[in-house]
Design a protein around this ligand. Structure first.
Ligand code: SAH
Ligand code: SF4
Ligand code: F3S
Length: 454
């Protein structure tokens, strides 16, 4: 999935002059994490400086997610927690998917908020900041039909080695359960030239890994009509200096064989595809309006399994969609075994505002959803234990991500996107951001262990 990552905080240098300060907390997927990087860059350009605590901040921003009810409630709890800070003259802003979904209703529910802005309106943030500084409320809500992409030269990327590039925004798929087409607007792609220019600029700044982002990256349509998604992947992968290219998320309906051919042809394209299936039952997939059958999904898996390099395949699964029977669920379990995923993200179906599945009345009780989730996770754990074990005795190149001092280990990531922790001999400590070969000595359900080869 476009995975929900823990809240991210960023540090940027602060000048000596007193400046307006802001604090931002990010919820939700990588798209949101990357949007926050762009918002931070924009605010810094407007003369604000970023701080690490709400107490230090003049402006407190939450970049929100509404994919499931829990995610949305988290935002309102956070707003309630800090209401008392209003007395100190602080201002609050709600950005992202809850902002776009709830709009001005947020002002009613949390009257201390002065800014509500959906992702398609971030380009207007500078004007909105002026408004809220003047003590007014500001709202930035675009309608679904907007053509705007948020491209900015001020992106404040946090990781100096690996960075995101948004290639397509919005979604036109309207899966029956999903808020994204309502919170992110219609599908719109950037030109491949602007994506490539950004990638080249990143390489000049020292980046070696690029992750192309979109709700459905393989629905990408170059605005200038020059390149297909597979051609864009190839072109990014061939930029001198690029070591790794990842892309997320792929939609099975639009996943063409040309993507596997591109991975075969270009060694920098990573050996990993995240292909969310949601359910193994064609009947449920149909009710979800996913636009493919179990068989069509498995056909794409077969293309990937025929690739020259072994591709790691991961997915997202929803349990307890309205009407999902025990037999449907059994089909999801059998699909896990058939594909042999390296990792899955599992979710209990959560009814969401505006979505077509709200009208379906054969709801599955919460307890039953929890039971299915546990069964699914246990099954996947068995699969992963076996899958990870087979790497013992092999070698992989990792990008060094950091150091775990407590365990005296280095943290690495393979091209297949697996965590590979490793030891390195004294005097040969690797640099964070470098690529080193590691020989794998042990496996766990979610990670591998090894020793650096020197
Ligand atoms: N565009 C991506 C999905 C982005 S949302 C795709 O089509 O795969 C990330 C994941 O959240 C989805 O894959 C789905 O598994 C989960 N999800 C979305 N809406 C949900 C809902 N209402 N209840 C439970 N899980 C949901
Ligand atoms: Fe949501 Fe479906 Fe679009 Fe993915 S493809 S963002 S699940 S509507
Ligand atoms: Fe992402 Fe959540 Fe919005 S998953 S697109 S931040 S609803």
């Amino acid at each position: 999935m476009l995975s929900a990552e823990p809240p991210t905080r960023y540090t940027l240098f602060m000048s000596a002059a007193p400046q307006k300060t802001f604090y931002v907390e990010t919820f939700g997927c990588q798209m949101n994490v990357h949007d926050s990087e762009k918002v931070i860059g924009t605010l810094v350009h407007e003369g604000y400086s970023q701080v690490q605590t709400v107490e230090q901040a003049d402006l407190i921003l939450y970049n929100t997610c509404s994919i499931r009810d829990k995610a949305e409630q988290k935002v309102f709890h956070r707003l309630a927690d800090y209401k008392k800070l209003l007395a100190q003259g602080k201002k609050f802003g709600v950005l992202g998917c809850v902002a776009q979904q709830e709009g001005e209703k947020i002002f009613e529910r949390a009257p201390h908020v002065s800014l509500v802005c959906g992702s398609a309106s971030y380009r207007n943030l500078p004007q909105m900041l002026v408004q809220i500084e003047a003590g007014k409320r500001a709202t930035g809500l675009d309608d679904r039909e907007t053509d705007e992409c948020f491209e900015t030269e001020f992106t404040a990327r946090t990781n100096p080695h690996r960075g995101y590039i948004t290639i397509i925004e919005g979604c036109d798929k309207f899966c029956a359960y999903c808020v994204v087409p309502f919170t992110r607007g219609k599908e719109r792609s950037r030109t491949s030239e602007s994506v490539l220019a950004e990638a080249r600029q990143m390489v000049d700044l020292g980046y070696s890994e690029i992750q192309l982002l979109g709700q459905n990256v393989n629905s990408y349509r170059d605005r200038a009509g020059k390149r297909s998604f597979a051609e864009l992947l190839t072109a990014v992968g061939e930029i001198p200096g690029i070591k790794r290219v990842r892309f997320t998320t792929s939609h099975p309906r639009d996943f063409g064989r040309d993507i596997v051919e591109a991975i075969d042809a270009v060694p920098t394209l990573c050996d990993h595809v995240h292909l969310p299936v949601q359910s193994g039952s064609t009947r449920v997939l149909d009710a979800m309006q996913r636009l493919y059958t179990r068989e069509q999904y498995l056909e794409r898996i077969a293309w990937m399994k025929a690739a020259k390099r072994e591709l790691s395949i991961t997915t997202d699964v929803i349990v307890g969609f309205p009407g999902e029977t025990e037999a449907d669920f059994a089909e999801t379990l059998s699909l896990l075994a058939e594909v042999g995923y390296d990792s899955i993200f599992t979710f209990k179906y959560s009814p969401r505002p505006n979505t077509p599945s709200l009208a379906l009345d054969d709801a599955i009780p919460e307890q039953e959803k929890s039971r299915r989730l546990e069964v699914l996770m246990a099954k996947q754990k068995e699969i992963q234990i076996i899958r990870y074990r087979k790497y013992i005795g092999t070698r992989a190149e990792v990008m060094v991500e950091g150091r775990n001092e407590a365990r005296k280990q280095w943290i690495g990531r393979t091209s297949q996107n697996k965590t590979l922790n490793f030891s390195a001999p004294e005097g040969a400590e690797p640099k964070v951001g470098s690529y080193v070969p590691v020989s794998i000595t042990a496996s766990f359900p979610n990670s591998l262990l090894g020793e650096m080869v020197i």
